[in-house]
Design a binder for this molecule. Structure first.
Ligand code: HEC
Length: 101
């Protein structure tokens, strides 16, 4: 029963996957490097207290933290701490989180 539900969800997610031209290369790589890595980068020298474990060096690492990124940026709006993201950035990020290609 649980397996059937998981399968149903996975299938749904695949069908809903519509990147609308937003990919790691066209958007997300630049976004995390410009908006997040100053504090979160593995090599950051001034983390402003950002947790050591949270960084977004590449697509694999960022894809492994989709829920954290969605929650902190889109749901709570707590990241980046100073805010300032444009509507376009928020929209593109939402597309990429739905379809992290
Ligand atoms: C100016 C520095 C700074 C920038 C830029 C920044 N962060 Fe953070 N981040 C922090 C600090 C400090 C914490 C720990 C304190 C906290 O949780 O508020 C944190 C915590 C987090 C956490 C874990 C806690 C939580 O809120 O879920 C996530 C996930 C996160 N950041 C994601 C991001 C993403 C994604 C971006 C880029 C859109 C980003 N951060 C940009 C400083 C920063």
């Amino acid at each position: 029963m649980i397996l059937a539900l998981l399968y149903a969800c996975a299938t749904e997610a695949t069908e809903a996957c519509d990147p609308e031209g937003v990919t790691w290369d066209t958007f997300t790589a630049g976004f995390v490097s410009g908006r997040c890595q100053a504090c979160h980068g593995a090599g950051s020298t001034d983390r402003h207290g950002a947790p050591e474990a949270i960084h977004f060096e590449d697509q694999a690492e960022t894809s492994a933290q989709l829920d954290l990124v969605r929650d902190s940026v889109l749901v709570r709006g707590s990241m980046p701490p100073a805010g300032g993201l444009t509507d376009a950035e928020l929209e593109h990020l939402a597309h990429w989180l739905d379809c992290p290609e």
